[in-house]
Design a binder for this molecule. Structure first.
Ligand code: GN1
Ligand code: MG
Length: 368
């Protein structure tokens, strides 16, 4: 898009400063993200984002959730006497057209703006120390939101519901819209998926039995959705579109899916995909240090299950998109989604090798 079109979009928001330049930012696979620089030294820079309404059809609900979440966290940080709060929670800008709204509709597209957090780093990979810090931060995030006074909406229905994700896969297999179902590699993958399907739906069953609660979760705790400062301290959690009630496995499992994989989720060298159990241990210690006050024994005992669930679910989701004709995730080449799915399957196979070690570790944690 041209600078003046982008500047026109920005002009719909109540921000401080004069826009000097707008340029692409980050590598999100869903929304389009830009950095808005301002000319004045005392005005913040901003992030401008176009919300993908195919993925998030109810932007009003997304922004209501985000408003509730960020204002609640801000209050908690203030009460705890924290400083530098604008860097520890995202601040969304109101629209000039209607100041009660944190988004603007321009030519039918939904846009939003937030303050850019200066001097911060996002990571694609973590070491044990930063994953311990990340675990603590995600535990804190859940703890801070445990008493949020409003009920959050489900911004993507059945987002991490394994039964639903398998159902979606079965539907696309029946239709086979792009003729990929009978590829031998796809068939081999489907066998691995089927063999684990019942086990992986355990969370939904426990939910129905009433032994597993839903709590407010982030639901997209990929490594790169967390900001660190230059000294490696966690500043805040970003990408809040999927904040909604879910099983806590979502946040715990999705971080390890990305953080404990020694390669990127789309690395095509399947032999290189390995689960780093040291990252698992450090992250778990950090998470339990801030979350054990509200977690139940059932939740803690099932953490090793959560570690397996998320690569499995992501394998199913990437395969579903591959078989659907690549409509959900941006792809760089025709088999990109299949490679991603295969990578996640190999991660799961590697995790399964560490099953006993993970169970032992959790049992030790429970004794403490
Ligand atoms: C998407 O938005 P982003 O890139 O952080 C997806 C996650 C997947 C991830 C896989 C709303 O996350 O669920 O785990 O891609 N988000 C949505 O890379 O579907
Ligand atoms: Mg992201």
């Amino acid at each position: 898009m041209e600078q003046n079109e982008l500047k026109n979009i920005v002009s719909h928001f109540a921000i401080r400063g004069t826009v000097s330049e707008i340029k692409p930012l980050g590598a999100g696979l869903i929304n389009d993200t830009l950095k808005v620089n301002t000319a004045e030294a005392d005005a913040p820079d901003y992030v401008l984002q176009r919300v993908n309404t195919n993925v998030f059809p109810d932007v009003e609900m997304v922004m209501r959730n985000i408003y509730a979440t960020t204002t609640h966290i801000r209050k908690k940080l203030e009460a705890a006497g924290e400083t530098d709060i604008d860097r520890k929670v995202l601040t969304f800008m109101p629209s000039k057209d209607d100041e009660t709204k944190l988004y603007a509709i321009v030519d039918g597209q939904y846009w939003r703006m937030m303050i850019f957090i200066d001097n911060a780093i996002t990571k694609q990979a973590v070491d044990p120390d930063s994953s311990r810090a990340a675990g603590k931060a995600f535990g804190n995030f859940q703890a801070m939101l445990a008493d949020i006074p409003v009920e959050l909406g489900e911004t993507i229905k059945d987002f991490h519901n394994m039964e639903f994700r398998l159902q979606q896969l079965r539907e696309v297999i029946d239709k086979d819209p792009v003729g990929r179902v009978n590829e031998p590699e796809v068939q081999a993958m489907l066998k691995e998926i089927d063999a684990r399907a019942e086990y992986m739906c355990k969370a939904e069953r426990m939910g129905r039995e009433g032994i597993l609660p839903k709590r407010v979760c982030h639901c997209d705790t990929k490594v790169n959705n967390m900001m660190f400062d230059q000294q490696d301290n966690v500043l805040c959690v970003i990408d809040l579109d999927t904040v909604m009630p879910n099983f806590i496995f979502s946040d715990y499992g999705d971080f390890l899916r990305t953080g404990a994989n020694v390669v990127a989720e789309d690395c095509p060298d399947m032999q290189a995909v390995q689960f780093n159990v040291e990252i698992f241990k450090a992250f778990t210690e950090g998470y339990l240090s801030s979350a054990s006050s509200f977690l139940t024994r059932v939740e803690i005992e099932n953490l090793p299950y959560a570690v397996k669930l998320f690569p499995y679910m992501q394998c199913v989701r990437f395969l579903w998109d591959y078989l659907s004709g690549d409509k959900y995730w941006k792809c760089q080449y025709p088999t990109h989604n299949f490679v991603r799915a295969n990578n996640q399957l190999h991660l799961l196979l590697s995790i399964e090798q560490h099953e006993a070690e993970m169970e032992d570790f959790i049992a030790q944690c429970l004794k403490k």
